[in-house]
Design a binder for this molecule. Structure first.
Ligand code: NI
Length: 137
């Protein structure tokens, strides 16, 4: 059967601060600029979850996008939306919540609930022009 990639878009707002606790405030500002603001700042994150798999002969589906929508809500939106990532999300207690690391955490959370037969790719926009992709390696 042909292998097709299906995509589901989602969205969350979250606050963060980029900093390395081993560095001085000056060094953090030098590296992270305004993203190191000690009072945090927010982004409108746009998420695209992509699953690649075989088209099922009986349904014509690769994956039920209603189920994917619900998984994104319970695993990602409920965990991240309107949260301070540094202070309220345990995965970022000791991990800098850069868009790269948020994509990796998002991948790991969804990988646990999506069967291995599907290839998973995360695309995450931090701004309309800055985005990353992660496929698990
Ligand atoms: Ni930022």
């Amino acid at each position: 059967m042909p292998r097709v990639t299906v995509h589901r878009k989602a969205h969350f707002n979250a606050a963060h601060r980029l900093f390395n606790p081993k560095w001085t405030d000056d060094k953090n500002f030098e590296v992270f600029g305004k993203c190191s603001n000690p009072n945090y700042h927010g982004h409108n994150y746009e998420l695209i979850v992509s699953l690649t798999g075989e088209v099922d002969a009986e349904t014509g589906y690769v994956y039920d996008l209603g189920i994917l929508k619900d998984l994104i809500k319970t695993e990602i939106e409920d965990a991240f939306d309107h949260k301070n990532l540094n202070l309220e999300v345990e995965e970022f207690e000791k991990l800098n919540p850069s868009v790269e690391n948020i994509a990796v955490v998002t991948y790991d959370k969804l990988r646990k609930v999506i069967e291995k037969e599907y290839d998973l790719t995360i695309t995450l926009y931090e701004t309309p022009r800055n985005f990353v992709t992660y496929s698990g390696s």
